[in-house]
Write a protein that binds this ligand. Structure first.
Ligand SMILES: C[S@@+](CC[C@H](N)C(=O)[O-])C[C@H]1O[C@@H](n2cnc3c(N)ncnc32)[C@H](O)[C@@H]1O
Length: 338
């Protein structure tokens, strides 16, 4: 994205070559460089031998990773920055390698973006039916990636919209359950129900168990397109959901949320919501394109569009607020009327 005082060729080149940094990071992940160096800081020749790679190529790659700030170099020895380990080393607390695995798949897909735009079909379909019929390992990667991406937002949401002690929260399409678990961690005696498709529930249980959070939530298998929601509940959370669905399905979900909520109950809608003309913020426009690549009806709808649906489905809006840096998503808080 162009800085104001940058010449056109400089900003063009920066965008054109941005793929090289992604490729270097993904190559490092695929070759097992991070766990190797995490185990023991070492010189390029040793990393190459342990990873089964060409020493000359490995040295170039390691130096490029240093340039990207993903490794440090002391003398000839490469070191993994301690704060990066949880994100790039499998099995380390808070392991975020699902995000790297999913991005490695997406990287190949994005190379074919022109075809996707021409043909109007998702290149890497993650819609409901694809999740139900697909490879469980692919679902697991997706949900592990979502877990990493949602952790910070979950913490922010609990601060922005705390619930009363003893409330019941229904987290529809709750993914890894990170929002439900975070609410249950902070709000005393909160009962959190995680509703999602069976393959996702299985992945969520595994992810939460690895972090010792599995008992914080109640698991419920269901399909938001055809199953009623459990209720009555005090709050319904719809996080990062509307951006994956058509207007028709979003409205169905809102109507079901209303039925599940007690009168006066709270609706929380969280996700990436772009400005009304859908060209801002830049992170949001790229995200909307990603939704197009993944889902049949993916789109980062503007907050104004979503709040219009919410009003029409019998809710009163209390506020619409951005989560704030470094996050670009927004929260709409509403109350069920009557
Ligand atoms: C982008 S993820 C959002 C997960 C979570 N709410 C978050 O913000 O981290 C979308 C979720 O929708 C779930 N999902 C997709 N189709 C569904 C359906 N028909 N019924 C219930 N859940 C569904 C997926 O399994 C996935 O967990």
């Amino acid at each position: 994205m162009a800085a104001a005082d940058e010449s056109p060729i400089v900003s063009l080149r920066r965008t054109l070559y941005a793929y090289q940094a992604s490729a270097a990071l993904l190559a490092a992940h695929s070759l097992g460089i991070f766990p190797t160096i995490h185990q023991k800081p070492q010189v390029a020749g040793d990393v190459a031998r342990r990873c089964g790679a060409d020493p000359r190529g490995m040295e170039r790659l390691l130096n490029a990773l240093v340039g990207l700030g993903l490794l440090h170099k002391h003398g000839a020895t490469y070191v993994l920055p301690r704060e990066l380990a949880p994100f790039v080393v499998p099995g380390v607390d808070g392991d975020a390698t699902g995000l790297l695995d999913l991005t490695a798949d997406l990287y190949r897909t994005w190379g074919d973006l022109a075809r996707g735009v021409k043909e109007g079909v998702p290149l890497h379909r993650l819609s409901s039916d694809a999740l139900l019929a697909g490879d469980p390992a692919r679902v697991r990667n997706y949900i592990r990636a979502v877990h990493t991406n949602s952790r910070q937002a979950a913490r922010r949401l609990v601060e922005m919209a705390p619930l009363l002690p003893g409330s019941t929260l229904l987290d529809v399409a709750g993914g890894s359950g990170i929002f439900a678990a975070e609410y249950a961690r902070v709000i005393p005696d909160l009962k959190a129900i995680l509703l999602d498709l069976a393959p996702t529930i299985e992945a969520a249980h595994e992810i939460l168990t690895a972090e010792g959070l599995e008992d914080r939530v109640t698991y419920r298998t269901g399909d938001y397109r055809q199953d009623p929601f459990p209720g009555p509940v005090d709050a319904v959370l719809l996080s990062n959901l509307f951006q994956t669905e058509s207007e028709e399905v979003c409205r169905t979900i809102l109507a079901k949320s209303r039925e599940a909520l007690r009168p006066g109950g709270t609706l929380l809608v969280h996700g990436m919501m772009n400005e009304p003309d859908e060209t801002k913020p830049p992170e949001g426009t790229m995200f909307s394109l990603l939704m197009y690549v993944l889902f049949d009806h993916g789109r980062a709808y503007p907050a104004e569009t979503i709040s219009g649906w919410i009003n029409q489905e019998g809710f009163g809006i209390r506020f619409i607020r951005p989560l704030g840096p470094p996050l670009f998503s927004k929260l709409i808080l509403a109350t069920r009327l009557e």
